[in-house]
Design a binder for this molecule. Structure first.
Ligand code: COA
Length: 334
């Protein structure tokens, strides 16, 4: 059996910085509340008039990842794209990126697992490589949240959390089985599907309802039972990280770098404490980008790598929890 390893990574975020003080001008919130509860200081939101979308940002990140992998677009033989904010209901963004990058006729798959989306995508790509079906897979996570948030006081509990951006990596076949993705673990618990959800528009609630003009209908905006999500997140993060470590006969002492999904700095700090990791062993950037959902882990991992925090031979642990509920981990020997 083959192994898979990340050979190139890239990320793209819009230039437009939206600070907590900027939000305080449009809704009843303040910098202290947001920072104390979440650690977020600012986020990037696609500005009006920009051409950026989830697919466009994903393509920008993918170009960087492919270039850094030392491959060309013609070496890529499959695409896995994760988002909760696709450009269209259908077709998925994966095929759009194939076209934007002028790639060959290959397969493209969209993954819809929200905050765990990147890890589900990475795991899917890993399985394809391990079975020998593909050699070089482009894995992308991208989110365009800002156009679909309730930016009024009514939506402040969710609206302040999310940012736009994209990250991508190339996962390539290697015959060195001491390096690369050692394991991935994926879970979901659909009984909590309605605790973090956007209900409308959907196939269930379609054009006639939209045309009826439902300005007061909050089902068009993300809803989150924040405290339930928080409580489940800290438990599931711990479980799935432990499972990954145990599966490889490792302990938290072996972790060189832990990159959690950037949902809330307080969740990341809780996990850091639970696993007795020092600040150098954890990478967070939610302060600058907010929660970019399927993009957050690969943006953070890329940024950590760019800063020299991911070195050859390092043990890197990734973990996520979010809507679904879904959660996942990946253990990587760099
Ligand atoms: N600014 C100011 N006040 C706000 C606010 C904001 N942006 N958002 C909510 N509030 C108010 C609420 O209205 C409420 O006021 P009240 O007590 O007068 O009713 C109060 O702050 C507390 O709200 P609550 O929602 O209970 O806050 P919280 O302490 O649970 O923090 C989250 C909210 C979202 C930060 C927190 O629950 C969280 O991070 N949850 C997990 C999120 C997550 O991990 N998501 C992962 C998947 S995306």
């Amino acid at each position: 059996m083959y192994n898979s390893k990340i050979t190139g990574m890239g990320f793209y975020v819009p230039d437009n910085i939206v600070t907590n003080d900027d939000l305080a001008k449009i809704m009843d919130t303040n910098d202290a509340w947001i920072q104390e509860r979440t650690g977020i200081q600012e986020r990037r939101w696609i500005p009006e008039g920009s051409e950026d979308t989830s697919a466009v940002m994903g393509a920008k990140a993918a170009r960087i990842a492919i270039e850094r992998s030392g491959l060309t677009k013609d070496d890529i033989d499959f695409i896995v794209f994760a988002t909760l904010s696709p450009d269209y209901f259908f077709p998925g963004c994966g095929v759009m990126i194939q076209d934007m990058l002028d790639m060959q006729t290959i397969g493209a798959l969209d993954v819809r697992n929200q905050c765990s989306g990147f890890l589900y995508a990475l795991s899917t790509a890993d399985q394809f490589i391990k079975t020998g079906m593909y050699k070089n897979i482009l894995v992308i996570g991208a989110e365009y949240h800002s156009n679909a948030l309730d930016k009024t006081t009514r939506g402040r509990g969710v609206g302040v959390l999310f940012g736009d951006g994209a990250g991508a990596c190339v996962l390539s076949r290697t015959e060195d089985n001491t390096k690369g993705i050692l394991s991935t673990h994926l879970y979901s618990q659909g009984k909590y599907a309605d605790k973090l959800i956007v209900k409308t528009p959907s196939i269930k609630h379609w054009v006639p309802e939209i045309l009826a003009g439902k300005e007061d209908d909050t089902s068009y905006f993300p809803y989150m039972d924040g405290q339930l999500v928080f409580k489940n997140a800290v438990v599931r993060f711990s479980e799935v990280i432990n499972e990954g470590l145990n599966a490889n006969n490792l302990t938290s002492k072996d972790i060189d770098l832990f990159v959690p999904h950037q949902a809330n700095l307080r969740i990341a700090q809780f996990i850091q404490k639970r696993f007795k990791l020092n600040d150098d062993q954890v990478y967070n950037n939610i302060m600058k980008y907010g929660n970019t959902t399927a993009a957050s882990i690969i943006i953070a991992l890329t940024e950590a790598w760019e800063k020299g925090k991911v070195k050859d031979g390092d043990l890197v642990v990734l973990a996520a929890f979010g809507s679904g509920f879904t959660w996942a981990s990946a253990v990587i020997r760099w």
